[in-house]
Design a protein around this ligand. Structure first.
Ligand code: DC
Length: 673
């Protein structure tokens, strides 16, 4: 996940390959509860790992289910069958509405005493309509705080009271469909002798979510009948039957970004667009109908039971005029696709956007305009006309309003024909449904290497460049190349192979360097099977690296490896010749230096803090010797690139140096303040 303040997306060109989407939140928690109410073991695959599912899994354990988290999204749940959970039990539901509501209904119909509470925000989320429906049945439920809100107590210490199952149970359908879902999932517990009927009062909203509930109940052996979505009948004799194995579909709204990318981006040469895994054309989620809208705009979409394949077909896309009531979330993606259409796209019947994570009509209007589009916003519609020509596109910093969908759909603006970057503010807001969204995008998107930004930070030994470069990389969400480590590892590999570091052995050491089995994993560095992080950091290893790096053939052998670090979304590279030789076109080059006295003192403190004894005068002599060799060698001598900005940090803290580099970087970006 990117937890940086902003994430700059370089202009993107094409997509190829496949992407596995995370499981749907709505489906994940429904499946867990149904598995818990069944007899026997259900293996759930591709479960979403999120706060909401964590809460549900913990609650199910407390209630006596065996929960075996096998890893890789697979969880095996052994259900309660006919046993009753331990009671009294106190359950903490965090802020997981998808756990709170259905568990309240299920526990109220299982017998026993339970208290359900959550974080303060949970105690502001209504549950009164559900409690009213359960009380009609004869359940005894007390509010422990405010009337109509959690926390609450289900007071069936003496067992389940007699229930009134003859009359239909009435529940409001116009506030949240989650109350109806909760009843539908729990009432089969008591539909033994007679049919149980639920009547919806008021117009039922969010029918697609009730559709998901009914489909999943069917997978667990419960065939609910309904008349016009107003009257639902759970037939007498219903019993939860585990399907044994069940896959959680990927989130169909999340699929919309990759469907759009496939429709917008040219496929890489010889490729057929992008494959999306985890959700297919037979999906039970309403947002899968986004596929039809994308096709109407010109996408070529094919698919099977658990996959979709999307490629660009009509280009530019066709503008559409669409009632989007059936795909409210995914329709935001259409608003960004409209930037690539000929003509004006109108999205209608989207009033619900105004009451989502943010006022999405206002947000989309404001951000689309920043990119150069002409946008008309209505109470319940949006008209989007793209920038007239490629020169009318603007580089924009997209505000994301703590709304995951705003962040994800605007990433698609990076495919703009003007080759402009796009800045996404607060990229971590995608965590709500898709924590690794940007990683997934970078995995399937390509662009010319020279469009991927590189910041070079070169300088003499102990100037602090490694620390500064790593911090700059963290702040920008960029990859990090410690090129010195490659010379240190080469020297280590040579020593291990019994090769003396001398010009005589140059071809053999170069051969070693070319095939270096090096792997950077977090802050550890591996050479083959060995963690060499500490072994390459000794003074001796630094000296050997300096000697090995003076061999031109070795330097040549490491070039391709270093270029390979230039990956989306960007790179910060530190070394001696990053700006002069390896990335001569880099848009920012910094030469970080400090006086020899100052660097010797820093190195001294560093060693002492690690418990290694040292002598300042010796250290200074050593690093002056290394400087001299690095600066005087014939191959890529250490010197600032002509266009480098020199930063002497003798008097600066690391933080100040980092801030200076980021300021220089920001000043070169096209985004306004
Ligand atoms: O940055 P460092 O101290 O880890 O580098 C070790 C040696 O490797 C250094 O003395 C010079 C050499 N080096 C180089 O020649 N070119 C680079 N880009 C990085 C390091």
């Amino acid at each position: 996940m990117f937890s940086t303040a902003f994430l700059d997306l370089p202009p993107l060109a094409s997509v190829q390959g496949s992407v596995q989407l995370p499981g749907s939140k709505s489906i994940s928690n429904r499946v867990l509860l149904l598995a818990a109410l069944s007899q026997g073991t259900t293996e759930v695959r591709d479960l979403l790992a999120s706060d909401d599912t964590r809460v549900m899994l913990d609650a199910l354990r407390q209630l006596g289910c065996t929960v075996d988290e096998a890893g890789g999204g697979t969880v095996r749940i052994t259900g309660l069958g006919s046993s009753t959970p331990p009671s009294p039990t106190q359950l903490f539901m965090g802020n997981a509405g998808t756990a709170m509501r259905p568990l309240t209904a299920a526990l109220a119909l299982l017998g026993g005493e339970y208290e359900l509470s959550g974080v303060p925000r949970m105690h502001e989320r209504p549950i009164g309509d559900l409690v009213d429906a359960l009380r009609q049945l004869g359940c005894r439920i007390d509010y422990l705080g405010n009337q109509g809100f959690p926390p609450l107590r289900i007071a069936h210490a003496g067992g389940l009271p007699p229930l009134q199952l003859q009359a239909p149970i009435r529940v409001r359908g116009d506030v949240s469909s989650q109350f109806l879902t909760a009843l539908l999932m729990a009432l089969p517990l008591v539909a033994r002798q007679q049919d149980v009927v639920i009547e919806v009062v008021g117009e039922l909203i969010s029918k697609p979510y009730i559709h998901i509930t009914l489909e999943l109940l069917a997978r667990f052996g419960i065939a609910v009948r309904h008349e016009q979505w107003q009257r639902f009948t759970i037939p007498a004799g219903s019993r939860y039957q585990s399907p044994g194995l069940i896959h959680v579909e990927a989130d169909a709204s999340s699929a919309s970004y990759f469907i759009a990318a496939g429709a917008i981006a040219a496929g890489a040469s010889g490729q057929k667009g992008i494959k999306i895994l985890g959700v297919g054309l037979d999906s039970i989620q309403g947002d899968i109908r986004f596929v039809e809208a994308a096709q109407a705009m010109g996408a070529r979409v094919t698919g099977g039971p658990n996959w979709l394949e999307v490629a660009r077909d009509t280009w530019p896309l066709k503008a559409i005029d669409l009632d989007c009531n059936h795909i409210p979330d995914a329709a935001m993606t259409l608003a960004v696709m409209a930037l690539y259409a000929r003509g004006t796209t109108v999205l209608r019947n989207i009033a619900s956007w105004r009451v989502k994570e943010t006022d999405r009509i206002a947000a989309m209007t404001c951000e689309l305009r920043k990119l150069g589009a002409t946008v008309e916003e209505g109470a319940d519609y949006l008209r989007v006309t793209p920038p007239a020509q490629s020169g009318d596109w603007r580089a924009a910093s997209i505000h994301t309003y703590d709304d995951h969908r705003v962040a994800m759909c605007f990433s698609l603006a990076a495919f703009n024909p003007a080759g402009l970057p796009v800045r996404i503010e607060d990229p971590k807001c995608v965590a709500k449904t898709f924590p690794d969204y940007f990683e997934a995008l970078f995995q399937v998107a390509q662009t010319d290497a020279d469009r991927i930004p590189v910041i070079c930070i070169d300088g003499p030994t102990a100037s602090g460049k490694g620390t500064v470069a790593a911090a700059v990389a963290r702040a920008l969400g960029y990859h990090f190349l410690d090129s010195g480590a490659l010379y240190r590892i080469t020297a280590l590999a040579a020593t291990r192979a019994g090769l003396e570091i001398s010009p005589d052995n140059e071809p053999r050491i170069a051969e070693l360097a070319r095939q270096l089995p090096v792997r950077f994993a977090g802050d550890r560095i591996w050479l083959g099977e060995e963690d060499v992080t500490d072994a390459i950091r000794t003074e001796q290893a630094g000296m050997n690296a300096s000697r090995v790096s003076a061999l031109p053939a070795v330097r040549g052998a490491l070039v391709a490896l270093q270029h390979g670090f230039r990956r989306l979304p960007g790179l910060v590279a530190d070394g001696r010749d990053m700006g002069t030789v390896i990335f001569p076109q880099a848009p920012l080059k910094v030469f970080l230096t400090a006086s020899a006295a100052c660097r010797a003192e820093r190195r001294y403190k560093q060693l002492i803090s690690k418990g290694i004894s040292a002598n300042i005068a010796d250290l200074r002599a050593d690093l002056e010797a290394r400087d001299a060799r690095d600066a005087n060698r014939s191959a890529s001598p250490l010197k600032p690139a002509q266009d480098a900005l020199v930063l002497d940090n003798s008097e600066h803290t690391i933080d100040e140096a980092v801030m200076q580099v980021i300021d220089w970087w920001q000043a070169r970006q096209p985004f306004g303040a």
